[in-house]
Design a protein. Structure first.
Length: 503
């Protein structure tokens, strides 16, 4: 047991100078390190040579990204352009080359302002992603056949997305200052490499990772601005404001939350405002398309629809999915306010984004990119991370084989509907498994890999080591959970108004 400490002694205890070596605390990491000669020594970890963790992890991330590009080679060399199902049988599909012409970039049309030929009248992506796509089109040579131009467009986008991948790896590496080698989980994630160039999601993921880094450094305004820009590129990042709200409520950090919220709103408005004012129909296409889109790939709603004689209407699914998400939000809020110790920001951020993915009516394979950095920050445990990644790789293969089956006519080459449902189930179970393990860490902080090392909330910024000012349930009384019997490293914890207790 340990007595309750002041905020000053708490800060001193959580900022332990020695970095954490995962090869000494994680059996899977230790076993994997044998491939490169065994666990890294203290000199490499402390960055005494040029090969600091940040540089190593950035280079590994670039190398894995390059392997992902190689995996797309069969499509680059023809499968994108010839044959209905070959891009699926080779599992190398990408939206990027197809949308170069399909969304008017080949013809010089201005996104959101110029109408498109065909069923999709305007670009159906958020504004900042549209800007990213447009900039890539400016860098694409306009000479040669349309196939040449689409190949160049994909290559240009791949280069820009590689920069985003590097930013993500570096930001995650630096967010938990004492755990830089956790960034290797991002760099080596197989699903990350496989899905990185399917779409433009890495832009929003990079901005979100940078925002998390800024919050960990106590820079709430920079966090808000970056999160607002991320939301201008993809919708999901704004969900992180919900967990941040309840954590700041519990810690009484209202000023910091207000600064972050204000920065996010201003940044989002600056990007979206001009397009909203002068091209409202084009700007709103993303939102109307998301609302009108029917049940689609990867969701449990699709399993229900394909096994029902009377599937639910799109409006009904929208309503039910929204209600399920609201229930999950309420659950995260209750968890944040009643846990024996205030949860870490990364834990709740991962849970809320995972809930959105699990309840949504569509799950494109690249959506796994949203979760990878948050999963690493929430639960940097190699075994659990690799279990989840194996499920996501299985889904990645499953969706392309299913599309190969549906596009190969009477030949039926690929995975039938029942097999695809099993692939969806693996994705759902893998994500749920990581969620369960994260919730367990919240209720049993001594099981949390980050807190076992003696930290409190290294990505929490002003929340790190802060006292509680508003707590509900048993957490409002002195804690008497399993940490009292735990022999490992403990973090002293402050609770306002408390004079003693055990942890």
């Amino acid at each position: 047991m340990c007595g309750m400490a002041s905020a000053e002694s708490t800060q001193a205890s959580v900022h332990e100078p020695d970095p954490v070596r995962p090869t000494q605390e994680d059996a899977v990491a230790a076993a994997g390190s044998e491939l490169i000669g065994g666990p890294l020594g203290r000199r490499a970890l402390l960055g005494a040579s040029w090969w600091t963790p940040v540089r190593v992890i950035a280079l590994v991330a670039i190398g894995m990204f390059a392997l992902g590009l190689v995996q797309k080679a069969p499509c680059y060399n023809g499968a994108w352009f010839f044959g209905a199902s070959s891009q699926y049988t080779h599992a190398c599909y990408s939206d990027i080359p197809h949308l170069y012409q399909g969304r008017g970039f080949a013809d010089g049309l201005v996104p959101y302002f110029d109408k498109l030929p065909g069923d999709m009248q305007y670009l159906e992506y958020p504004v900042l992603t549209g800007v990213f796509m447009e900039v890539a089109s400016w860098l694409t040579p306009g000479s040669g056949t349309i196939q040449d131009q689409e190949q160049w467009y994909w290559m240009v986008n791949a280069g820009m997305l590689m920069a985003c991948a590097s930013v993500i790896a570096v930001c995650v590496t630096r967010t938990h200052a004492r755990r830089p080698w956790d960034g290797l989980l991002v760099a080596l994630a197989p699903a990350f490499a496989l899905t990185a160039t399917i779409n433009w999601d890495l832009l929003a993921v990079a901005l979100t990772a940078a925002a998390m880094l800024m919050w960990s450094r106590g820079r709430s305004l920079a966090f808000g601005v970056l999160l607002g820009l991320a939301t201008a590129a993809k919708l999901y990042p704004f969900l992180i404001l919900g967990p941040l709200l309840v954590l700041c409520w519990r810690a009484g950090k209202w000023r910091e939350f207000g600064t972050a919220l204000g920065g996010a709103i201003v940044a989002w408005v600056v990007v979206n405002g001009p397009v909203m004012l002068f091209a409202f129909d084009g700007w709103s296409k993303f939102y109307t398309f998301s609302q009108e889109r029917g049940v689609d790939f990867g969701s449990f709603w699709l399993i229900m629809a394909q096994n029902s004689d009377n599937p639910l209407s799109t409006d009904t699914v929208n309503t039910l999915a929204t209600l399920l998400m609201l229930v999950c939000c309420a659950g995260v809020a209750v968890l944040a306010l009643t846990a024996p110790r205030r949860p870490r920001l990364a834990q709740l951020a991962f849970l809320i984004v995972a809930a959105f993915i699990l309840t949504n009516k569509v799950y494109s394979p690249q959506y796994v990119l949203w979760l990878v950095p948050l999963a690493v920050l929430a639960r940097p445990k190699w075994r659990d991370f690799l279990i989840w990644q194996a499920c996501e790789v299985a889904y990645f293969l499953g969706i392309w084989l299913y599309l190969a089956y549906t596009t190969s006519g009477d030949a039926h080459k690929g995975l039938p509907t029942d097999g695809y449902h099993w692939a969806i189930g693996l994705h759902l179970l893998g994500t749920l498994y990581l969620c369960v393990m994260t919730v367990r860490d919240i209720f049993l902080p001594e099981r949390d890999p980050v807190r076992r090392s003696g930290d409190d909330d290294p990505s929490g910024g002003v929340l790190d080591g802060a006292e509680d000012v508003f707590v509900l349930g048993p957490a409002a009384r002195p804690a008497r959970h399993a940490a009292a019997q735990f022999d490992g490293p403990q973090v002293e914890w402050g609770r306002q108004g408390a004079t003693g207790g055990s942890l």
